[in-house]
Ligand binder design. Sequence first.
Ligand SMILES: Nc1nc2c(ncn2[C@@H]2O[C@H](COP(=O)(O)OP(=O)(O)OP(=O)(O)O)[C@@H](O)[C@H]2O)c(=O)[nH]1
Ligand SMILES: [Mg+2]
Length: 157
Amino acid sequence: MNAPKIWKICVIGDRAVGKTSLIKRYVFNSFTEEMDETVESKAYRKKVDNTLLMIWDVSVYEQHVDRVLSGAKAIIIVGDITRGETYETMGKIGEFLDGHRAMKIFVGNKGDLKYRAEFWKDEMQELAGAFDSQYIFTSAKTGENVESLFNMIIESM
Ligand SMILES: Nc1nc2c(ncn2[C@@H]2O[C@H](COP(=O)(O)OP(=O)(O)OP(=O)(O)O)[C@@H](O)[C@H]2O)c(=O)[nH]1
Ligand SMILES: [Mg+2]
């Protein structure tokens, strides 16, 4: 018998960048403008072929970040392109994660609001390059590149 594999993927980033929305778009193909902030880290599951993805929505209030990230195969680091300070936070998280074995991907979310972008390709390239990682722009609202983001992870495993 082929036992299903379980892969842990964590989603982390500054407040209100769209971490929960990205997961809900991917897992349930849904989106809502009215979202409660995530007070407690929570796992969502999605089966892809014979692999169970455990996708952790890491709360900004998480007191044990190391514990939540432990064993992750991939860590998705999310920023909101309309708020430059969330780019700085992605950089800090990148430094914090230096040495962590997981694959890291930087995400510029809210791509549908590109006309309001405070950072774009040059900045994302610099950030991802500094940590030897990849980056992608997504929109949880329209769904653009959300599947591609997770496929990048699945294909690299
Ligand atoms: N326009 C647009 N709005 C988005 C997008 N993704 C999320 N939002 C909105 O941004 C707000 C925050 O989204 P959340 O998914 O709650 O963000 P979060 O990172 O989980 O927030 P916390 O859990 O509070 O840290 C909500 O009003 C969402 O509807 C997107 O791609 N485009
Ligand atoms: Mg949330």
